[in-house]
Design a protein around this ligand. Structure first.
Ligand code: SF4
Length: 568
């Protein structure tokens, strides 16, 4: 094979390049992934954990019984049959279909939603173009960017769910395990590999973990969902401290008995919907060991997680019950080696994330190239906009389209000389490439318009807040406004400067209610991590924009110096 590769061929080859990079990191003598053989049948770890639970005289919750009856992964032939008949799943099958990424979202919408997975939130231009076609042919003609740097396609008829999943695989994508009691989309630093301040390019590690999950059946036997994120200390955070496992790139100093340089620090137990951030364990690990360590943590969780009460079935509750010492000892036993631990003073303070870096033009570490962060109000993007962005990425950038946890998109590799052209093309799509301080911080979950748990139409409220406050409040620094529809906290209301959680607001004594919110203030993340506190209850949705405006106006009028909203 001779000659140069075309730009498209280079994009295809990127996956191999990442793999080669990881292989080099693993070293010639290191095992690729020291993972136990996969036990089957009653020896499967999840089934043993269920048997042990019952052996202790406890009652499994209905979801565990359904999983014992049939693992969702094995439901594929029945899913094909249901698609041929044009019927949606019922009862426990609703959970099983989620193992393949299909969510039946009635009564909010009588259709499927498909949640994808993409390691580190990065797509190629041809994948985005293919997804636009899929969304148009089999869905509502749009996609939603999620708070896990992922995409969801909605309004998929019963007949189309399976063919949609097949087409994803044709595109080099998958939705497997994106729902149900599984390990969710793997997030990483959105500017990995291009960020001037990053300590580590997270892409190879996110990708390795992604493929490990996909190819390890035991990883589908958890008591409940599980989140893992890799943060390379770039300008845009991955919100890793809101995950069950957060791998944080840190620089370890000389003189503490370990090789100085970049390691991952291990944080565990984040679940902000339950008011907890991942806590530092004092453990550091070589980045190439991340998959092995995450695998061992998940296996200990499979053995020890609560299978009787869904509300207590997350890793946090094992850590609360056992303490970090006992849990880490169990992981070490499984790994067959002790962890490396260093005191906090051995770790250099991490570079701070910039709360505006996901919007507007920023120089990359590659001289003469830039990324452009594109505003996508409440994360919704049409198929036409997706195609347009794919064209810009291909013609003016490096071909990548990167998603962030702030529900927006980034195009990378734009040469200095073509930035103005790219911005004009973005604006022509009805999107913005400007760093709008108010829009930068607004995120919203799916809400009642598309999710049966929603108490309010969160995306409509978030848009209304933006439209109402935009002309009335002059912000010079971002304020994070997180609008979430229920206690599942998909938009993480507890970490917002201002958090809104959907509530049914009573309007008379006869039990009638309307969409509304409880409003919280004072949350934060990263170095400003804090759980927001309730300020107002029973705020009607129609009153929320004006109330948020009052909060923001009060802060801008009375703050002293550069006092942030959180500090106010
Ligand atoms: Fe649905 Fe609740 Fe999640 Fe919003 S927070 S998407 S309403 S489950």
């Amino acid at each position: 094979m001779g000659g140069d590769f075309s730009a498209d061929q280079k994009r295809y080859l990127e996956g191999f390049v990442s793999g080669a990079q990881l292989a080099r990191l693993r070293g010639p003598g290191a095992p690729a992934q020291a993972v136990p053989a996969e036990p089957k049948g009653p020896d499967a770890p999840s089934l043993k954990a269920m048997a042990r639970t019952e052996g202790e005289g406890k009652k499994l919750c209905p979801e565990e019984k359904a999983k014992r009856e049939e693992n969702g992964l094995d439901a594929w032939p029945r899913m094909e049959a249901a698609a041929r008949e044009g019927v949606y799943p019922k009862g426990p099958d609703i959970l099983r279909w989620k193992y393949h990424g299909l969510f039946y979202v009635a009564p909010a919408q009588d259709s499927f939603m498909c949640r994808l997975r993409m390691p580190n939130g990065i797509l190629t231009h041809w994948q985005v173009r293919g997804l636009a076609d899929i969304a148009e042919i089999h869905g509502g003609g749009y996609a939603d960017v999620t708070t896990r740097a992922n995409l969801q396609i909605r309004e998929i008829p019963a007949t189309d769910g399976v063919i949609l999943l097949e087409k994803l695989v044709d595109l080099g994508l998958t939705a497997k395990g994106s729902g149900g009691d599984n390990i969710r989309n793997v997030t990483g630093t959105p500017t990995a590999g291009i960020d001037p301040q990053e300590l580590l390019d997270t892409r190879p590690y996110a990708k390795a973990w992604h493929h490990h999950i996909l190819n390890t059946r035991t990883m589908y036997g958890l008591p409940r969902k599980f989140n893992v994120a890799f943060d390379g200390a770039g300008q845009i955070g991955a919100l890793e401290d809101t995950n069950d496992i957060g791998f944080q790139a840190v620089e370890v100093l000389d003189g503490f008995g370990v090789a100085p340089g970049v390691w991952f620090r291990l944080a565990l137990g984040g679940i902000t919907g339950h008011k907890d951030f991942a806590r530092d364990t004092g453990v550091i690990l070589c980045p190439e060991d991340a998959t092995k360590v995450a695998d061992a943590i998940v296996r200990v969780f499979i053995d020890s997680g609560d299978r009787t009460d869904r509300k207590k079935a997350r890793l946090k509750y094992v850590l609360d019950a056992w303490g970090f010492g006992k849990f880490l000892a169990a992981v070490e036993e499984r790994l067959g080696a002790p962890f490396t631990r260093v005191p906090s003073e051995a770790v250099k303070p991490r570079p701070e994330a910039d709360r505006m870096a996901h919007l507007g033009v920023r120089p990359q570490k590659q001289a003469g190239l830039n990324w452009i962060g594109i505003g996508v109000p409440v994360g919704r993007i049409t198929a036409g906009q997706m195609r347009g962005l794919a064209d810009i990425a291909q013609q003016l950038g490096d071909g990548d389209v990167r998603l962030t946890v702030w529900q927006n998109l980034i195009l990378s590799g734009i040469p200095d000389a073509r930035v103005a052209e790219a911005k004009a093309a973005i604006v022509a799509l009805g999107l913005t490439a400007e760093a709008d301080v108010l829009q930068a911080g607004i995120v919203a979950c799916t809400g009642a318009a598309g999710c049966r748990f929603g108490n309010a139409d969160t995306k409509a409220t978030a848009k209304a807040i933006g439209a109402h406050c935009g002309p009335r409040v002059a912000l010079d620094t971002p304020v994070n406004i997180h609008v979430t529809g229920c206690h599942n906290s998909c938009a993480q209301h507890y970490i917002g400067d201002i958090g809104l959680i959907g509530a049914r607001v009573p309007i008379n004594d006869e039990g009638d209610t309307v969409d509304g919110y409880t409003i919280l203030v004072g949350g934060g993340f990263g170095t400003d991590a804090a759980i927001a506190q309730e300020l107002f209850e029973n705020v009607k949705a129609e009153d929320a924009p004006a109330l948020v405006e009052r909060l923001l106006s009060c802060w801008t009028a009375r703050r002293e110096g550069g006092e942030t909203f959180a500090a106010f």
